[in-house]
Write a protein that binds this ligand. Structure first.
Ligand SMILES: Nc1nc2c(c(=O)[nH]1)N[C@H]1C(S)=C(S)[C@@H](COP(=O)(O)O)O[C@H]1N2
Ligand SMILES: [Mo]
Length: 593
């Protein structure tokens, strides 16, 4: 079947077809490249996969307003959304590269290589990577190599003319012929090339091998060679399906194998160890939970937050895997004596247990990024005392395994009243991986971003003047005590309530390190009414409150404000989260009828 049998209509149809196949080829090549790089990253310790590294760069580079928008919009799903975004972007680029590559393979390959430099740079600059730079580059290099080879292989197959016999006129005694109609329009202009040696991008044009068949009439068998520099309309109309399918199967197999390796070795070593840990007992008995700390109101935030419900806020796109085997915590800087502790060393020390409510600065008024847990660990002041803090130091710069830095006032850590803890357990179990396993800091009264370092590996006694912590370079204050706040849990905004019933208006209020003295509620801007408080456990935890309301028919606004134990009453002035925490009264609108 000669190329001339195809009219313009069919040619266009075939091109459209090929365009789609090209997109699929790009996607497949991208999948293989990503899978192999993910597999390598899973096999190498301390190496971040290119996908995550790019995501991490995106997190770090995201301007604050956009980050706040993301947290507002997606809440704790911001990580899956971001990773999903990176994957979708990569997939779209791969489809475009493949589709363009059908006609312009060199353009597609070039674009792919340029774009994959992003992965290289992200890998080199990744905060959470701890391996040597050379190792860190490996997955990104593999991504480039596998992607380029797979893309070329698939495009080559898509651009290879089908094994079609073309009748041609004899032109010499050897039976060599010149095709009457070159399927690609460039016959004769090219040097022959062996079908077994894949052409490269710089290879010459199409070649028509001629065989003399039995009946004496020479025929051209159009071989499936890569006419890589043939662009545009020079594309053969029918391509070699078998060759394409074979290439697709090979690339697909690489993708599946990469995915399998990643699944098998991508697991967390820490998770296995965590299951086998026996927690020590605190040195002194844990203060009993005061009776009456919990109110019996449906829908109110439980006094203690189960680990599975505890909010999570961090910059880690994948939970850092920090095995206790090999874990050391270093305490150094402006100290008389450096200390290095293993996990076992820590467990062997004096332990305290305390309930502390952790709060994130990223709470809008009425926000839900707060949780109350029982923390078990080593008093940080014990360690600082042992190390011997030198004069002039006013800060501790703590660093996590994923290289997040947090700056905390030394005073808060040394304060014997405050019980800042190097925690190893949360609510009676070893720290969950997402909450900082094996060791994290918990400091009453300070927002998490200036105190609650998860996966902590390094504590440096220093001066605020001498360093900048992660968030302090991103528009947040260097110091950030938790602001007094109250939240209405029930009724929910836009709820319908019944007139004639007594409706509990209830929630939690917090003012860690100061304690809550009173909570007041008002309806439609009327007089403030005293809510009933649950018993106070300690000044570092939140307090539940309830006020019974007899609503009139209609739509109402309920507002709440708390007064802390210093006598300070929450201001109604609304300020945003940045730079050091929102203020304002939480309110809900409900309809009674
Ligand atoms: N290593 C590390 N520790 C971190 C963070 C982080 O991004 N990385 N985020 C901090 C912030 S902003 C908060 S509010 C608390 C949240 O702790 P949680 O996730 O256990 O609730 O952890 C803090 N510790
Ligand atoms: Mo936070």
């Amino acid at each position: 079947m000669s190329d001339t049998s195809h009219g313009p209509e069919r040619r266009r149809g075939a091109s459209r077809h090929r365009w789609i196949l090209g997109g699929a080829a790009g996607l497949l090549a991208g999948a293989a490249a990503v899978a192999v790089s993910e597999a390598l990253a899973a096999l190498l310790t301390g190496v971040t996969s290119p996908l995550l590294a790019v995501g991490n760069r995106a997190v770090d580079a995201t301007p604050r307003p956009l980050k706040e928008f993301a947290i507002r919009t997606f809440g704790e799903n911001d990580k899956p959304v971001l990773i999903g975004g990176v994957i979708v972007t990569v997939a779209l680029l791969a489809v475009v590269a493949g589709a363009v590559g059908v006609r312009r393979p060199r353009v597609a390959l070039g674009a792919f290589l340029v774009l994959s430099v992003v992965a290289l740079v992200a890998a080199l600059t990744d905060r959470s990577a701890t391996a040597s730079p050379l190792l860190c580059l490996l997955p990104a290099l593999a991504l480039m190599a596998v992607g380029a080879v797979a893309l070329l292989l698939l495009l080559r197959a898509l651009r290879a003319p089908a094994r079609t016999a073309v009748t041609s006129r004899p032109s010499g005694p050897t039976g060599t012929a010149v095709a009457e109609h070159a399927p690609t329009g460039r016959a004769g202009s090219a040097a022959p090339s062996s079908p077994s040696a894949p052409d490269t991008v710089s290879s010459p044009g199409p070649v028509h091998q001629v065989e003399t068949v039995e009946d004496g009439k020479p025929r051209i068998l159009v071989r499936d060679l890569l006419p890589a520099h043939v662009e545009g309309d020079d594309l053969p109309t029918a391509f070699d399906r078998r060759k394409f399918l074979a290439a697709a199967a090979a690339v697909g197999a690489v993708a599946v194998a990469g995915g399998a390796v990643r699944q098998t070795f991508g697991g967390s070593a820490a998770a296995g160890e965590r299951a086998d840990i026996t927690l020590p007992k605190p040195g002194a008995p844990t203060p009993a939970l005061a009776s009456g700390t919990s109110l019996d109101v449906p829908g109110i935030t439980p006094y203690l937050t189960p680990n599975k419900d505890f909010y999570r806020v961090d910059t880690a796109l994948s939970v850092p895997d920090v095995p206790i085997d090999g874990y050391t915590l270093r305490i150094h800087g402006m100290v008389d004596k450096e200390i290095e502790l293993t996990y076992e060393d820590l467990l062997a020390r004096r332990m305290i247990e305390k309930r502390i409510t952790l709060t994130c600065v990223s709470n809008p008024v009425g926000g839900k990024y707060a949780g109350n847990a029982t923390w078990l660990g080593v008093p940080i002041r014990d360690l600082l005392e042992e190390a011997g803090v030198q004069d002039g130091a006013d800060a501790v710069k703590s660093t996590s395994a994923d290289n997040m830095t947090i700056g905390t006032p030394l005073g808060a850590l040394n304060d014997p009243e405050r019980d800042a803890i190097l925690a190893v357990a949360m609510n009676g179990e070893p720290l969950p991986l997402a909450h900082g396993f094996p060791v994290r800091m918990v400091v009453p009264g300070l927002y998490g971003y200036v105190s609650a370092t998860k996966w902590v590996v390094d504590i440096e006694v220093t001066r605020f003047a001498d360093f900048k912590a992660y968030w302090s370079t991103r528009g947040y204050s260097v110091k950030a005590p938790i602001k007094t706040a109250a939240r209405i849990d029930v009724p929910k905004s836009f709820a319908q309530v019944r007139t004639g019933d007594k409706v509990p208006v209830a929630g939690v209020a917090w003012s860690q390190d100061r304690g809550i003295r009173s909570v007041e509620v008002r309806v439609d801007g009327g007089a403030w009414e005293q809510a009933t408080l649950a018993d106070q456990d300690n000044i570092d935890t939140w307090r539940q409150w309830v006020w019974m309301w007899e609503p009139q028919a209609g739509t109402h606004q309920l507002e709440v404000r708390a007064t802390d134990d210093t006598g300070y009453t929450q201001t109604d002035k609304r300020v945003p989260i940045a730079p050091n925490g929102s203020t304002g009264w939480h309110s809900v609108n409900v309809t009674a009828g």
